[in-house]
Design a protein around this ligand. Structure first.
Ligand code: ZN
Length: 223
């Protein structure tokens, strides 16, 4: 079991993916509430994003997590469904506009390893909530780990200054332990850095190779 207060790793700019697709859908009807439950970023919406914060809900459903945003109590950018929900294995929920600062970490929280200990991390981060009850009997599914990693890869490809992936527990150890000791941080880290989910570019690369081998092949052969 891992210690969630130590969960973090950095993203090497040299390994930044060129393209990392994300299967996401907006949570139905949440967009207006998400604007009210978030703030305008004080940094540039693209260049100012430096970190991704990994959370787990401690609740058993996407609906209960989304209700926090609807109630304007807190917010986060994505929600990864639990294994007993129909969206599991299909897509993740978008729950707040990426261009806005969601309210997922207390303003006073910081860590020296994360952008030199700057505060107000919500303004320079993205937040992911993974639906999990945070009990021993509720393991994170392989898909949840891969889907969370793919969100990070998508963000890494999109935000050129994104460097840090960190747990909520590391930023706020006195009050938070998420995503918890059962979250397989090393496997998640490997999935982010290995990019096993970037299937589209691999197919494109394969097609390019085929064209190189068979320069006279008509396009319809590929279809
Ligand atoms: Zn959290």
């Amino acid at each position: 079991m891992g210690d969630p207060t130590t969960y973090h790793f950095n993203l090497d700019p040299a390994l930044r993916p060129v393209h990392a697709p994300l299967e996401e859908r907006w949570w139905p009807g949440i967009r207006d509430a998400a604007i009210e439950a978030s703030s305008a970023r004080i940094y540039d919406a693209i260049l100012g994003v430096r970190a991704v914060v990994i959370h787990a809900t401690a609740g058993g459903s996407s609906a209960s997590a989304a209700s926090v945003i609807v109630g304007r109590k807190a917010s986060f950018h994505w929600l990864v469904p639990d294994e007993d929900e129909p969206q599991h294995g299909q897509f993740v929920w978008a729950t707040c506009h990426e261009a806005r600062a969601a309210w997922h970490v207390r303003n006073a929280c910081s860590h020296p390893a994360i952008w030199d200990g700057r505060r107000r991390i919500n303004h320079w981060s993205l937040g992911i909530e993974v639906v999990n009850r945070q009990v021993r009997t509720d393991a994170f599914s392989d898909w949840q780990v891969e889907a969370t990693a793919q969100i990070v890869r998508y963000a890494w490809a999109k935000y050129p200054n994104l460097r840090h992936v960190v747990s909520h527990a590391m930023l706020d150890p006195a009050r938070r332990s998420d995503p918890g000791s059962l979250f397989p941080w090393e496997r998640f880290r490997a999935a982010v850095l290995d990019g096993r989910e970037d299937r589209t570019p691999k197919l494109v690369a394969g097609a390019a190779e085929l064209e190189a081998v068979l320069p006279s092949a008509p396009f319809c052969m590929v279809v």
